[in-house]
Design a protein around this ligand. Structure first.
Ligand code: NOJ
Length: 446
């Protein structure tokens, strides 16, 4: 047993977080350009203007992938490079991605494209952004154009990355672009339009390339049981899919996205019925998918209480990452199991990793034992899930290289490769070398 022989290992990134070159070759302004340039919105005013300069240094990213020995790379296509104002096609926007895709293929690395990783064109945002159904339609149009362009070269697509975040953090608590504070019907309307976008994107990609394989990348609350008793296990499962009780907001749930996309129904909670939704819309959202992508970082511990599931608080001194996220490896086992048992589709971990206080040591190297220990623990639990029958197909580490961590700017380092932001040089951390041994042995070294 262990990981299946066909299990794939990869690394992931996102366009705005690494590319830079924000005003080259006709690229339009996105909500993240505006937000990051708004005083007080990001750590020390950091922006993605230069980021890791991957737009000019893709060869260095490619070297990083080759060093890791991974055969799969998940990356984003910037909507505003291809449709600068959301509506007008800019063919030049494809030049960079053609180079990326062609070099990956030449090196035997399979591209996995994320179609939307949060960079809505500002021109569309000015008209209301996700409050407008047209945003969904235009994102679908973009997706179809991308799939058409890459037909025969790219097969695998993810539609939306984490609507829980771009709507929740962007339109509810305002911590991410566009920094809005909506609630009730308006917030649900944004959510519903994002769900429609997923459905319409799936249709558009399939129409452009019938051979395409399509999934989504979801996040949100995962609960793990305090013990392996059946009562705790069932409490953790119930809490994972209960809306709004254990997560900071109703839409920060896996099933806020996965239920409508995979079953055609919104969860039974007032938030999701704040506006009447037509059966036709639900049918658009509910498209046949090939796989589920899960972005897994940390979980909530739950026990069976007298009157239902209850939270087990993290004890004093509980292990945490540099970002203060609790370290909860068993989510890889329970989270994938709960989701597989509920939806029955193959699963890819589309993101997993952590930020550490990485720095150059006196010997000129970046030693990150915390990352190696974290990954070893999480991947062992993933292996346990795979051995127990969860249909796990692959794992993409977040992230290939350090990058722009949204409102935290460059302060948080998630990469297997260290980026020196003065020289933009990429340097393998110890974890990169370690991850290579995991990839080479298909997880046997864990
Ligand atoms: C989820 C997001 O998809 C990614 O953009 C972000 O950098 C990581 N999580 C880490 O926070």
């Amino acid at each position: 047993m262990s990981f299946p022989k066909e299990f794939i290992w990869g690394a992931a990134s996102a366009a705005y977080q690494i590319e830079g070159a924000v005003d080259e070759d006709g690229r339009g302004i996105s909500v993240w350009d505006v937000f990051s340039h708004t005083p007080g919105k990001t750590y020390e005013g950091h922006t993605g203007d230069v980021a890791c300069d991957s737009y000019h240094r893709f060869d260095e990213d490619l070297n990083a992938l080759v060093t890791l020995g991974v055969k799969h790379y998940r990356f984003g296509i910037s909507w505003t490079r291809i449709f600068p104002d959301g509506r007008t096609l800019n063919e030049r926007g494809f030049d960079y991605y053609d180079r990326v895709v062609n070099s990956l293929l030449q090196h035997g690395i399979t591209p996995w494209i994320t179609l939307f990783h949060w960079d809505t064109p500002q021109a569309l945002e000015d008209e209301g952004g996700w409050l407008n159904r047209e945003t969904a339609e235009l994102l679908a149009q973009f997706s179809g154009v991308v799939a058409e362009h890459f037909r025969g070269r790219v097969t695998n697509y993810y539609t939306l990355n984490e609507p829980q975040c771009f709507i929740g953090l962007g339109y509810d608590i305002g911590m991410h672009a566009p920094g809005k504070h909506l609630d009730g019907e308006k917030l649900f309307l944004c959510w519903h339009n994002a769900m429609l976008a997923h459905g319409l994107m799936t249709q558009a990609v399939r129409a452009a390339d019938p051979a395409a394989k399509i999934g989504l990348a979801s996040c949100g609350l995962i609960c793990v049981p305090e013990s392996d008793s059946t009562a705790d296990l069932e409490a953790a499962r119930e809490a994972t899919f209960s809306i709004g009780k254990f997560a900071p907001m109703p839409l920060f749930s896996q099933n806020a996205f996965l239920d409508p996309a995979l079953t055609g129904h919104y969860p039974d909670h007032p938030f999701f019925s704040s506006i009447a939704v037509s059966e036709d819309d639900l049918a658009v959202i509910h498209q046949p998918l090939d796989f589920i992508g899960l972005n897994f970082y940390n979980a909530q511990i739950i026990r069976a209480g007298e009157s239902g599931p209850e939270i087990v608080p993290f004890h004093r001194g509980y292990p945490r990452t540099a970002m203060r996220w609790p370290i909860t490896p068993s989510m890889m086992y329970y989270g994938t199991k709960f989701i597989f048992e509920r939806y029955g589709l193959p699963i890819y971990i589309t993101e997993n990793g952590l930020s550490c206080n990485d720095k150059l040591f006196l010997d000129g190297r970046v030693h990150d034992p915390d990352r190696i220990d974290f990954l070893n623990r999480y991947l062992l639990e993933l292996k346990r899930a795979s051995e127990s029958g969860v249909d796990l197909r692959g794992y993409f580490h977040w992230s290939l290289i350090d990058n722009f961590e949204w409102s935290n700017g460059y302060e948080e380092r998630f990469g297997l490769f260290y980026v020196d932001y003065n020289t933009l040089e990429r340097l393998p951390k110890d974890s990169a070398i370690w991850y290579r041994s995991v990839v080479e042995s298909n997880g046997e070294v864990l």
